[in-house]
Design a protein around this ligand. Structure first.
Ligand SMILES: Cc1ncc(COP(=O)(O)O)c(C=O)c1O
Length: 465
C-alpha cells in the first residue's frame, strides 16, 4: 500500500527517491525496510530542525571534536548503572567528579555523581537539603516539622527549580532581583525561617547571565544562621558558570565555591561550558556525610550488590567518557583558552549589537545584561525603536530567515514586563559567525523598516521607522 486515506481521499506516502513508503507516524508499518532506506527516511526528516550551530538560544554544547564523537560512539552501548560490569566507566565517572570537585575547591572529603544534566543534579541536591533539614528540625524540636518546607531563590531561577519545588512539595520563595539582575543577599536571607531547607545562589543566571554575589550571600547567611542557631546551607547553581569561573581572567577573584563555609553543594552542566553534547550534568557535595543514607539505594539485580544515588536508573556512558576526553584533551590551559576567548568575543560583540541602528540612524537595542557573568548578550528594544513599531519578536523572526535562533522572553521580577532577547556565546562560535550575526540582525531591522515603509506608503501614511 503506497497511499493512505485522509478525509476520504487517497494520499500518496511515497518517498520519491527510495520508492518506499515515508516513515510511519502513528503505527508501525507491517513490513521491514533495509537499514539504508530507514536511514534515508529519518535522515531527510531531520533537515527540518534548526542548525544547532546557529542556535544562540541555548547554553548547551553544539560542537565537539571528532575524537570525542568517536569515543562517544564507541561507548554508546554501555549503561553506567551496570557498575560491576563496566568498572572502567565507573572509574572514569569518579575521576570526573574528583576533577570537578577540585576545580570547585572541595578538599578531600567530597561526594558527587554524574547526572543527566543540571536539572537532575538540582533535584538530588534539593532532596539532600530537604532530608538534612528534616533531621535538623527533629533534633531541634524533638518532633517532625508541621509546615511545608521552603527554599529561598532569586526570581530568576531556571525552571528546574520550579519543577523541584512542585514535584517534591517545597514552597519556592522567589526573591525579586536587584537593579543588576542579581539576587539581593540581604533580601534573600530575610526570607529564611525554621522551615527553610536551603538558599540558592546562581553562577550565571539563565535570563541575563550575571553571577550572584555568592560570597556576600554566604557572609549574611552565616550571620543569620548564628543568630537563629540554624544550619541553612547554600547551594550554588553553577549550571553554566561552573565551567567558566574556574578558568577566566574576569572571574579569577570571585570566591563562590566550596571555599565558602555554607556552600554545601554545587551543580554544573557538563553539557554547557563543560563542552559535552547534551545529556550530562554533575552534582558535587562538600562532604560525604551530607548525603543521607536513606537516599542511597542498594541494587542487587545486576549481579552484584551496588549503591545508587540518582533519579534515573540507566544512564548512557557516552557523555561521561566524552567529559573525561575533554578533561584529558584540554587540561586547565585548554579550558582557560576557550573560556577566555569566549569572554573576549563577548566583549567585541556586545558593543556591536548595541551599535546596530536602522538606515534612519535609530538605535535598536538597549543592554540588559551587565558584564558580570556569562558570555551572554541580553538586550531589550530601545524606547525610540519601540515607538517606531520595532518588536523583539519580529526582529527574532526575521533573523530566523537567515538561520539564526534568537530567543525572546520576559525577564523575571521585578522586570517581568521587559521583553528581551539573548545571544549565548559558546565553543564553536567564532568571530566570522559574529560578523555574520551582526550583519543579519542589521539586515533584519532594515527589512522590517522597508516593509513598514511600503505598508505605510500604500496606506498613504507618513513617518515610519
Ligand atoms: C542556571 C541554570 N540552572 C539549571 C539549568 C538546567 O540545566 P540542564 O539543562 O542541564 O538540566 C539551566 C539550563 O539552562 C540553567 O541555566
Amino acid at each position: 500500500m503506497l497511499s493512505k486515506k485522509i478525509h476520504g481521499h487517497e494520499h500518496s506516502r511515497l518517498h520519491t527517491r527510495t520508492g518506499e513508503l515515508t516513515a510511519p507516524r502513528h503505527r508501525l508499518d507491517a513490513e521491514e525496510r533495509i537499514p539504508r532506506v530507514a536511514y534515508e527516511l529519518v535522515h531527510d526528516e531531520m533537515f527540518f530542525d534548526a542548525n544547532p550551530r546557529l542556535n544562540m538560544a541555548s547554553f548547551v554544547t553544539t560542537w565537539m571534536e571528532p575524537e570525542a564523537v568517536q569515543l562517544m560512539m564507541e561507548n554508546f552501548d554501555k549503561n553506567l548503572i551496570d557498575k560491576p560490569i563496566y568498572p572502567q566507566t565507573l572509574d572514569i565517572q569518579n575521576r570526573c567528579v574528583a576533577i570537578i570537585a577540585d576545580l570547585f575547591h572541595a578538599g578531600e572529603d567530597f561526594a558527587g555523581t554524574a547526572t543527566v544534566g543540571s536539572s537532575e543534579a538540582i533535584h538530588l541536591s534539593g532532596l539532600v537539603m530537604k532530608w538534612n533539614w528534616k533531621q535538623w528540625y527533629r533534633e531541634k524540636y524533638g518532633a517532625e516539622a508541621a509546615l511545608r518546607p521552603n527554599i529561598v531563590t532569586g526570581s530568576n531561577v531556571q525552571g528546574c527549580w520550579k519543577k523541584f519545588a512542585l514535584y517534591f512539595d517545597i514552597e519556592l520563595i522567589e526573591v525579586p532581583l536587584d537593579a543588576g539582575n542579581r539576587l539581593d543577599p540581604a533580601a534573600a536571607v530575610a526570607r529564611i525561617d525554621d522551615n527553610t531547607i536551603g538558599v540558592v545562589g546562581i553562577l550565571g543566571n539563565t535570563y541575563s547571565g550575571e553571577f550572584d554575589d555568592i560570597e556576600k550571600l554566604n557572609a549574611l547567611l552565616d550571620e543569620n544562621n548564628r543568630l537563629w542557631q540554624r544550619q541553612v546551607p547554600l547551594h550554588v547553581d553553577a549550571a553554566s558558570g561552573g565551567g567558566i569561573a574556574p578558568f577566566t581572567r574576569e572571574h579569577r577573584n570571585i570566591v563562590w565555591d566550596f571555599r565558602l563555609q555554607w556552600v554545601q553543594s554545587i551543580n554544573m552542566s557538563g553539557h554547557k561550558y563543560g563542552l559535552v553534547f547534551p545529556g550530562i550534568g554533575w552534582a558535587i557535595w562538600k562532604h560525604k556525610a551530607l548525603i543521607p543514607q536513606e537516599l542511597i539505594f542498594n541494587v542487587h539485580y545486576l549481579g552484584e550488590s551496588q549503591e545508587d544515588f540518582g533519579l534515573n536508573f540507566s544512564r548512557g556512558a557516552g557523555q561521561i567518557i566524552a567529559q573525561y576526553y575533554n578533561f584529558v584533551r584540554y587540561g586547565h590551559k585548554g579550558y582557560a583558552r576557550i573560556m577566555n576567548n569566549l569572554m573576549e568575543l563577548y566583549q567585541e560583540i556586545k558593543p556591536r549589537i548595541l551599535a546596530i541602528s536602522n538606515r534612519n540612524g535609530i538605535y535598536i537595542f538597549d543592554p540588559v545584561s551587565h558584564d558580570k557573568g556569562l558570555p551572554l548578550v541580553c538586550v531589550s528594544v530601545t524606547k525610540e525603536a519601540a515607538e517606531l513599531g520595532y518588536r523583539m519578536e519580529t526582529i527574532s523572526h526575521r533573523a530566523r530567515e537567515k538561520g539564526w535562533v534568537l530567543p525572546v522572553y520576559t525577564m523575571s521580577a521585578p522586570k517581568e514586563q521587559l521583553v528581551v532577547m539573548r545571544i549565548v556565546l559558546k565553543a564553536g562560535f567564532n568571530a566570522e559567525m559574529g560578523d555574520k550575526l551582526v550583519e543579519d540582525i542589521t539586515w533584519a531591522v532594515n527589512d522590517i523598516l522597508q516593509e513598514r515603509t511600503q505598508m505605510m506608503v500604500s496606506h498613504g501614511a507618513h513617518g515610519v521607522c
